[in-house]
Write a protein that binds this ligand. Structure first.
Ligand SMILES: Cc1cc2nc3c(=O)[nH]c(=O)nc-3n(C[C@H](O)[C@H](O)[C@H](O)COP(=O)(O)O)c2cc1C
Length: 430
């Protein structure tokens, strides 16, 4: 017999009705496409495959989140996105992109983030945090203050900038409008690894469910990976092993302070789109090589982005331009039977694209058997390209994106209790 009493959401510092099951859960899981089937990563279960991609808001107060961040992030949890990743969060003050970036370099920055995590948990949803250092792209002003024809504008000291203390692997400026970076000493590198470790420990205190290391978009870790921005002659430059060393040291440091049950993600730029130069650059082949080493290091998911390390990239942009990179890495990982999940991101804006990227059990091509381990193309010529989809701008346009996708795919999903009366009727045109 069902009770008329509200069940409270458990382990929350205030009363709020439990969402049972959490919004975004398919009510008939057997018939749901993979996009609305749960996935378990270590101890974290997501009820569908949508993730809100990290998005800087350039709105923090000395690295502390404010009610802006609370409002911005909480709506995704309300509408049933299982995992929302908090924006690039700097592990040191000089690792912020702008003076208004979120940080986690001191304990006073924990409380505001904890309020956001508690709220997501009250809705039965999960929260992640992206730990970052902006490297040579640090100390600029917020993008909406930068004129259209300009790649960036350095924040002056009176605007809170630190252009004289910007780190990079080598003294190579990103482009006009950015700082002249200082090459990091070995001491700086040790400080940085410790800062990632401390921020990870604070993230556990915040109560996050997932940590993502930001190794993409031309920020510090990309700068170390890329032979274009890393010209070092020591253990951190030159060979593939040396250029990836810092990333692995950070992975190890973070793993040492977070629970075994907590998933660890890494975001990379799978290519910096500089193959056209003929010069050595970071490319898909090295990304695949890196991906194969991640499971043994304790990484559960590779979030596949691209670009951001140079102004001279030549990118052929089409809807799947980035998703296809994820698909190629996933194929190589699966071929070697390695245990690494793949996240696809970039230009995912509609139901069919989201569905097809993660759809498992596609038709087998002639001659192949399910035991081959290989996945084969479906009718549209596509293999399964990822295990989850990360979405950024479409969520800014419509925070209920995942609910609309469910409706369009004919999947009946749970809505938040309080919004139930607004649920679209089956077949309703929206
Ligand atoms: C406002 C905004 C802020 C972003 N900030 C971050 C960030 O903090 N970390 C990150 O890795 N990517 C960041 N990105 C990139 C997105 O996470 C995502 O990879 C990119 O926008 C492509 O996805 P989309 O086509 O769904 O927007 C940001 C994008 C936007 C639009």
């Amino acid at each position: 017999m069902s009770s008329n009493f509200h069940k409270p959401a458990p382990n929350i510092p205030y009363w709020t009705p439990a969402q049972i099951p959490p919004a975004g859960t398919a009510l008939d899981q057997a018939s749901a496409p993979t996009l609305f089937k749960p996935i378990k990563i270590r101890s974290v279960e997501l009820q569908n495959r949508f993730v809100v991609s990290p998005m800087c808001q350039y709105s923090a107060d000395d690295g502390h989140v404010t009610d802006w961040h609370f409002g911005h992030l909480s709506k995704f949890a309300i509408y049933g996105t299982p995992l929302t990743i908090i924006e690039a969060t700097s592990v040191t003050p000089n690792g912020r992109i702008t003076p208004e970036d979120v940080g986690l370099w001191k304990d006073s920055q924990i409380a505001g983030l904890k309020r956001i995590a508690d709220f997501a948990h009250s809705q039965g949803q999960k929260i992640g945090i992206q730990l970052a250092h902006a490297g040579r792209k640090a100390s600029t002003v917020a993008p909406w203050l930068v004129p259209d024809d300009c790649p960036g504008v350095l924040a002056r000291p009176e605007e809170g900038g630190w252009g004289d203390n910007v780190w990079a692997p080598s003294p190579i400026k990103y482009t006009d409008g950015f700082a002249d970076p200082k090459p990091m000493t070995i001491e700086d590198i040790k400080t940085l690894v410790q800062a990632f470790k401390d921020a990870a420990r604070r993230s556990v205190e915040v109560g996050v469910d997932v940590i993502e290391i930001h190794g993409a978009h031309g920020y510090l870790l990309t700068e170390f990976l890329s032979p274009l921005s890393n010209k070092r002659n020591d253990d951190y430059g030159g060979s593939f092993e040396n250029r990836t060393r810092l990333l692995f040291e950070i992975i190890e440091a973070i793993r040492s302070v977070i629970p075994k049950t907590m998933p660890l993600f890494v975001r990379i730029s799978a290519t910096e789109w500089m193959e056209w130069t003929g010069e050595p650059s970071w490319d898909l082949e090295q990304s695949i090589r890196l991906a194969k080493l991640l499971p043994a290091a304790g990484v559960d998911l590779l979030d596949v982005s691209s670009g951001g390390n140079t102004e001279n990239a030549k990118i052929n942009v089409y809807p799947y331009y980035q998703v296809d990179l994820a698909g190629k890495i996933r194929e190589a990982i699966r071929k070697d039977k390695l245990n690494l999940l793949i996240g696809a991101v970039g230009l995912i804006t509609n139901a069919e694209m989201a569905r097809s990227i993660v759809q498992e059990g596609k038709l087998l091509s002639e001659g192949a058997t399910a035991n081959d381990g290989a996945e084969v193309a479906d009718d549209s010529g596509q293999i399964t390209q990822a295990d989850i989809v990360l979405v950024a701008r479409q969520y800014l346009r419509e925070p209920q994106f995942n609910l609309r996708v469910a409706h369009e795919l004919g999947v009946d999903v749970k809505w938040p209790n309080q919004y139930l009366k607004a649920k679209w009727r089956k077949g309703q045109k929206i």
